[in-house]
Ligand binder design. Structure first.
Ligand SMILES: *[C@@H]1O[C@H](CO)[C@@H](O)[C@H](O)[C@H]1NC(C)=O
Ligand SMILES: *[C@@H]1O[C@H](CO)[C@@H](O)[C@H](O)[C@H]1NC(C)=O
Length: 319
């Protein structure tokens, strides 16, 4: 009974500590990348309603103007391409003028892409680079350039990683980029600790956004498959492509959640809690499946992978 009581007291204590908030939201500026759609778009509107001074970076003019018309006049938009250093420099100038001596309270590195993804062998190195440039190098470039403004505010960096930064599933640059974001964020948190800059890592499970659109993923995988040499196609077998897509559709259909607020609420906690957490698992699939799986031995993880995806026709050359 004593142990139970102690556990209850600790749990209540943790809960209270976790729910303490910082104040003066309306004095705080938050820059969010990738606000054209998905998590970034929803977070921008959500923080705008809470009174934050939101600066929403979009890739496209249309993304920016649609968001501006759906938000309060306080929300500012800017165009940002995270793979273009000049574009990042212009964004720093804009944000610097907006925030003044107060500095930047929050930087949410949300912009990302997923395609090309698919069986490792099907993907060329250029395909990998395209994704790494946005999801990893882009995050690093943006973060490093905004650190001086974040330091002024003793602010926060919130990086969107993924459960695929804990458990690799398929080839392409996506998993690599997200493992990279985890590593970058861990180093950044440890090094920025002394300056009062906090770093949060969001690990969403599967959500319905532009990144998980199976029709777009499938179209691109068709391109990858069509480019394979005939002997490689033969080793997978004529039915493999179809079976692979079917398995992908099926698992995405079960696991993809359309409630994006599960992710944006984690981001909001990372920006508003007095004691933000280091990692946030967003979505039931992240909490109950992917994160636990990431702690299990490799042979169990590999078995799980074989359950989801079909086997090629020519399984082994030498038995
Ligand atoms: C982003 O910048 C890169 C590098 O400058 C460029 O190749 C790419 O076309 C740009 N993307 C968009 C959507 O403007
Ligand atoms: C997979 O889903 C997409 C989009 O819903 C659909 O167009 C496609 O026919 C499906 N493919 C298979 C093999 O089930």
């Amino acid at each position: 009974p004593c142990a139970l009581l102690l556990a209850a007291v600790l749990a209540i204590g943790w809960y209270i500590r976790d729910s303490l908030k910082v104040d003066d939201f309306n004095q705080k500026h938050v820059l969010i990348t990738g606000c054209d759609s998905g998590f970034g778009n929803l977070l921008a509107k959500q923080l705008d309603r809470r009174g934050f001074a939101v600066i929403a970076a979009c890739l496209t003019e249309k993304g920016a103007s649609d968001l501006a018309s759906a938000a309060s006049p306080r929300l500012k938009t800017l165009l940002l391409n995270v793979t273009d250093s000049e574009s990042i420099k212009r964004a720093v100038e804009f944000v610097s003028a907006e925030v003044g001596e107060r500095g930047l309270w929050g930087l949410v590195n949300n912009a990302g892409r997923s395609i090309p993804v698919g069986p490792t062998e099907w993907i060329q190195v250029e395909d990998v680079t395209k994704v790494l440039d946005v999801n990893l190098i882009g995050v690093i470039d943006v973060t490093l350039r905004f650190l001086p403004l974040l330091r002024k505010a003793r602010g926060r960096v919130v990086n969107v990683a993924s459960i695929l930064g804990r458990f690799s599933l398929g080839g392409g640059g996506y998993c690599l980029s997200k493992w990279g974001v985890e590593a970058f964020s861990d180093s950044l948190r440890r090094d920025m600790y002394y300056f009062g800059i906090k770093v949060g890592i969001i690990e969403p499970g599967l959500f319905k956004t532009a990144l998980t659109r199976v029709d777009l993923i499938e179209d691109d995988q068709k391109r990858l498959w069509d480019h394979l040499p005939q002997d490689v196609k033969d080793s997978y077998g004529a039915n493999y492509f179809h079976n692979y897509i079917k398995a992908q559709n099926f698992s995405m259909g079960i696991l993809c959640s359309s409630d994006l607020s599960k992710v944006t609420n984690c981001m909001q906690h990372a920006l508003t809690a007095r004691y933000p957490r280091t990692r946030y698992a967003a979505g039931w699939d992240a909490k109950l499946l992917w994160i636990p799986l990431s702690y299990l031995p490799s042979f169990i993880q590999d078995f799980f992978h074989r359950l989801i995806f079909p086997a090629p026709k020519m399984k082994r050359c030498v038995e």
